[in-house]
Design a protein around this ligand. Structure first.
Ligand SMILES: [Mn+2]
Length: 255
């Protein structure tokens, strides 16, 4: 059985329709929205609203981990245009979802941390099945899904408390494949060599892998990882890559 998997789409429409070709199952691990791209300050919702110069400054503050200053700067920008942030942002998120779901292949989908689950429903088309904390069985293969991320100072839109994430992990039971937006907490998987920072992986997911030993764990979230594959016992943990940069799916053949 062939799985074509994408993650971290970040409003990249190019190549998305084709990503579902020549496979038995298409899977998307979320992060559909492009809010802020550290490597591309001209694009994304923040740049659309405030322009490239302000975006560069905002990114610089966050790169230096000055999150309070970045938030203050953001507040000043919003006050200057006199708009309600959520109204503005949600309209732009909806536009990005409309663009993406129009070409999203039918398949199994879960949320990233840069997603707004409440806004997905209206854009789903027939054949789009959303799973988060539950299992799909395809040709006898049990595939468990874990959406979203854990809480960080970045305060991206779909971050959940550790206990809530752990409950979703526990709800999976035994599966053959785990599809999770974030990786397990393993040093080489969570370190981004370009951003030079550790992303948050899940310790509970790591424990689950040690106990249950699924054949594969497929994840995204870390755009430029130190290692895109690690093994934990018999389990292969594979980073499927940053679709916005790759423009093609990760292909996994399972016998
Ligand atoms: Mn991402």
């Amino acid at each position: 059985m062939r799985l074509n998997v994408v993650s971290d789409v970040h409003h990249s429409v190019a190549g998305l329709a084709e990503a579902g070709a020549d496979c038995d199952v298409f899977i998307c691990l979320g992060d559909l929205v492009l809010f802020l791209d550290y490597d591309d300050p001209q694009h994304g919702i923040f740049a659309d609203i405030f322009g490239e110069g302000n975006t560069r400054r905002y990114i610089e503050l966050r790169r230096r981990l000055q999150f309070d200053e970045a938030r203050r700067f953001g507040r000043e920008l919003w006050e200057a245009i006199g708009a309600d942030p959520w109204t503005e942002i949600s309209q732009k998120v909806e536009q990005q979802y409309a663009d993406l779901f129009a070409v999203m292949p039918p398949g199994l989908l879960t949320y990233g941390n840069v997603d707004v689950p409440a806004l997905w429903q209206q854009f789903l088309r027939p054949g789009h099945r959303v799973l988060d904390g539950d299992v799909a069985t395809v040709a006898g293969l049990r595939i468990g899904f874990l959406g979203g991320g854990l809480q960080t100072p970045m305060r991206t839109p779909f971050e959940i408390p550790d206990e809530e994430y752990a409950a979703k992990v526990e709800a999976l039971g035994e599966v053959d494949v785990v599809c999770s937006h974030i990786p397990p907490a393993v040093g080489d998987s969570v370190f981004d060599v370009v951003a030079q920072r550790l992303e948050r992986g899940s310790r509970r997911l790591r424990e689950y892998i040690e106990d249950v030993q699924p054949r594969y764990v497929l994840h995204g979230h870390v755009h430029q990882p130190l290692a895109d594959r690690v093994t934990i016992g018999r389990t292969q943990v594979l980073n499927v890559g940053h679709f916005r940069a790759r423009r093609r799916p990760f292909v996994l053949d399972i016998d």
